[in-house]
Design a binder for this molecule. Structure first.
Ligand code: MTE
Length: 282
C-alpha cells in the first residue's frame, strides 16, 4: 500500500460501490452500519440494538408465505417460487419513522404491483394485509410477558397504495440480502408512510374487501392510524412531526431537518388521497 492510500480518511461506507451515491434529492446515504444496527423490530426487544443482537435467532430458511382471501391463486408458497422470474430493482428512499428519526436507504426489491399480480387478486379485493412470522421460540420479544403487542405484527394497505410504483417488496439492502434485523427475507417498503407500516419478515398475505387491522393502531388508536402518511402538519399527540433527526444524529449535531408532506413523495402519491381529510385519516 502506498503512503497516500494509508493517509486517506477511513470511508463511511464499508460497501465501496455506495460511496458518493445519493437520493434523487442529492441526500447522502445513511451508513450501512447504522441501517443494520439501529432498528425497530419488537419481536426481538424494544431497544434499538436488540434486533441486531438477537435476530440471528430467527431461522429464515426455508421460508413459506401463505396467501389467502380474495385472489385466484391462494395457498402456501416457498419463497423461491414467489420471487422466481421477478426482477429486483434498487431504490434509494428516504425512510421516516413516526418517532421522528429518518434515514436514506438503498433498498433492493420487487415492485409490489408485480409481486402481488402473480396471485391474481379479485375485483372485490380492496385491501391487502401482511403478517409477520409468529415464532416465540425464536423471537424473544414474543415471549416477553408484558410486550403489550398482540402478536403477530400485522399491517395493511389499500390495494391501490400497494400497487403504486413506489411500493416495494424488499429483499435486500446495501446490495446484499436483507439482514434478519431489517426483516429478512421479505419486508414491505412504502416510502411516503411512517416506518411502522413497513412490516418485516412477512409470512402471510391476505386480500380483503374491508380495511384490515394494523398493530400500532390496535395498540394506540389515538396515536397511530391506518394511513400513516408522513405529514408534518399533524403532530403525534406526544411530539411534533414538523421536523426529523436525519441519522447519523448526535446530541451536539442533531442534524434536524424539516419533514416533508408524504416524506417528499407528494408529487407521485398525493393523488391517491384526493378528497380525503388527512387530519382524520392519519
Ligand atoms: N415489523 C415488525 N414485524 N415488527 C416491528 O416491530 N417495526 C416497524 C417496522 N416494521 C416493526 C416492523 C417500525 S416502527 C419501523 S420504524 C421499521 O420497521 C424499522 O425498520 P428498520 O429496522 O429496517 O429501520
Amino acid at each position: 500500500m502506498g503512503a497516500g492510500a494509508s493517509l486517506a480518511p477511513p470511508s463511511l461506507f464499508a460497501n465501496a460501490p455506495y460511496e458518493g451515491k445519493t437520493s434523487e434529492r442529492g441526500e447522502v446515504l445513511t451508513p450501512e452500519e447504522i441501517v443494520t444496527s439501529y432498528n425497530n423490530f419488537y419481536e426481538f426487544g424494544t431497544d434499538k440494538g436488540d434486533p441486531a443482537r438477537y435476530a440471528h435467532e430467527m431461522t429464515i430458511e426455508p421460508w413459506t408465505v401463505e396467501v389467502r382471501g380474495k385472489a385466484a391463486k391462494t395457498g402456501k408458497f416457498a419463497l423461491e417460487e414467489l420471487t422466481k422470474g421477478l426482477a429486483e430493482e434498487e431504490r434509494i428512499y428516504r425512510f421516516r419513522c413516526v418517532e421522528a428519526w429518518s434515514m436514506v436507504v438503498p433498498w433492493t426489491g420487487i415492485p409490489m404491483a408485480r409481486f402481488l399480480a402473480q396471485f391474481e387478486p379479485e375485483g372485490s379485493a380492496k385491501y391487502v394485509q401482511f403478517t409477520t412470522l409468529h415464532r416465540p421460540s425464536e423471537m424473544r420479544g414474543q415471549r416477553a410477558l408484558f410486550s403489550g403487542i398482540d402478536w403477530p405484527y400485522v399491517e395493511g394497505l389499500r390495494l391501490d397504495e400497494a400497487y403504486h410504483p413506489l411500493t416495494l417488496m424488499v429483499t435486500g439492502v446495501y446490495g446484499k440480502p436483507l439482514p434478519n434485523q431489517n426483516g429478512a427475507p421479505l419486508r414491505l417498503m412504502v416510502p411516503w408512510k411512517y416506518g411502522f407500516k413497513s412490516v418485516k419478515s412477512i409470512v402471510k398475505i391476505t386480500f380483503t374487501e374491508r380495511q384490515p387491522r394494523n398493530t400500532w393502531n390496535i395498540l394506540a388508536p389515538q396515536e397511530y392510524g391506518f394511513y400513516a402518511n408522513v405529514n408534518p402538519e399533524v403532530d403525534h399527540p406526544r411530539w411534533s412531526q414538523a421536523t426529523e433527526r436525519r441519522l447519523p444524529s448526535t446530541l451536539f449535531n442533531p442534524n434536524r431537518i424539516p419533514t416533508l408532506p408524504f416524506n417528499g413523495y407528494g408529487e407521485e402519491v398525493a393523488g391517491l388521497y384526493a378528497g380525503m381529510d388527512l387530519r382524520r385519516n392519519y
